[in-house]
Design a protein around this ligand. Structure first.
Ligand SMILES: Cc1cc2nc3c(=O)[nH]c(=O)nc-3n(C[C@H](O)[C@H](O)[C@H](O)COP(=O)(O)OP(=O)(O)OC[C@H]3O[C@@H](n4cnc5c(N)ncnc54)[C@H](O)[C@@H]3O)c2cc1C
Length: 323
């Protein structure tokens, strides 16, 4: 590796790269085109072998096979990443704002005395310096940061880059170049959510309901519209907190990050904690009675109206079109 290369800590789930990993690879490739280097993704653990060829935007994928890396624990990840960064001295190490990334990246930066930026939404390079746009205060503010010391550890927010799906990368499978110790924290059990509900992260059309829906009974209007559009219903946190929909339907900071082609926001105010989860959406259309609702700053199209009037009318029009 060279000082122009961009290193990525990838993650896998059941033998496939996570969406965050594909977005990190897309970001790394774009950055590498500006530095004149390569986008190199490291996948740690035995699952990496199966997932490697699917990380399409990477130039290279390095799989480090070691049973101790099969599930995340901080000590061996930290040990190995420190070694890889020290040996390769890339311009940046990109990690996702995931449970693993948020845990290991600050430890790594502190240990190696490297600059670190969290909440990155845009990363570029100019004349050897990194330029980052990062969100803070729960997305209420954006900071433009210039980093001249490298390698820098950059934590990317999900939904900031779109995976491009380029050619298959060159894959290299290696054993860990250093002896790894499990450390004091051990992995006990992976508890997966019940697979009985819709996976909103994979939907192309989402109809999001906020407190403006007013009553649980009115959810049927959103369900009907979602069905007519071939999508699913998701929600803001207050709707989930009231038990009207399960947590698997919540979009935002403490919910899911979604990337539908169409996001229809009904009676959603557009709080930063909600908007954080829909950065990857293609087209956002909002319906809200309040013309000053912040969602209109995020949406491409907005309707200032009562959703209880608008939603049945759209559903009816869609149904009339298909009949
Ligand atoms: C640490 C933390 C994490 C959080 N995580 C999340 C998260 O993951 N996801 C999330 O969503 N929130 C999250 N929140 C909460 C967030 O701050 C907001 O409180 C929440 O998103 C607001 O939900 P809402 O838009 O449904 O409700 P409100 O803010 O009450 O907005 C309701 C909107 O409906 C409009 N409206 C009312 N009646 C109608 C009508 N008849 N027709 C059309 N429009 C109407 C109103 O004008 C208003 O804009 C988090 C907060 C914190 C502090």
């Amino acid at each position: 590796m060279s000082a122009e290369d961009v290193l990525v800590l990838g993650e896998t789930k059941q033998g496939t790269p996570t969406d965050m990993t594909l977005e990190l690879a897309a970001c790394a490739r774009q950055l590498a085109s500006q530095t004149g280097g390569q986008a190199v993704v490291v996948l740690l653990g035995p699952e990496g072998k199966q997932a490697a060829t699917q990380v399409a935007d990477a130039h290279r994928v390095v799989v480090v096979e070691d049973d101790i890396l099969a599930t995340y624990t901080p000590a061996p990840y930290l040990e190995l990443l420190s070694h890889l960064v020290d040996q390769s001295k890339p311009i940046a190490l990109l990690v996702g704002s995931t449970s693993v990334g948020l845990d290991v990246a600050p430890l790594l930066a502190a240990r190696m005395n490297l600059p670190i930026v969290g909440g990155c939404q845009k990363i570029s390079a100019e004349n050897g310096a990194l330029k980052v746009t990062a969100s803070f205060c729960a997305g209420k503010m954006l900071a433009d940061v210039e980093i001249s010391a490298t390698p820098a550890v950059l934590m990317l927010l999900p939904g900031s880059y779109r995976a491009g799906g380029g050619a298959a990368p060159q894959v290299e499978i290696i054993r860990s170049p250093i002896a790894l110790d499990p450390g004091p924290v051990c992995f006990e059990q992976m508890i997966l959510p019940a697979a009985t509900d819709v996976d909103i992260t994979q939907q192309e059309v989402l109809v999001a309901v906020g407190r403006g829906i007013q009553q649980q009974d009115n959810l049927a209007l959103a369900e009907e519209l979602a069905e007519a559009l071939g999508g699913a219903v998701c929600a803001t946190r207050p709707i989930v907190d009231q038990g009207w929909l399960p947590l698997t339907r919540q979009v935002g900071k403490s919910g899911m990050t979604v990337k539908p082609k169409l996001y229809l926001a009904l009676g959603v105010s557009g709080a930063p904690e909600h908007v954080e989860g829909l950065k990857g959406a293609g087209l956002i259309i909002a319906v809200n009675t309040d013309p000053k609702a912040p969602i209109f700053e995020t949406a491409q199209y907005g309707v200032v109206a009562d959703l209880l009037d608008v939603v049945p009318a759209i559903t009816e029009a869609l149904k009339a079109k298909t009949n």
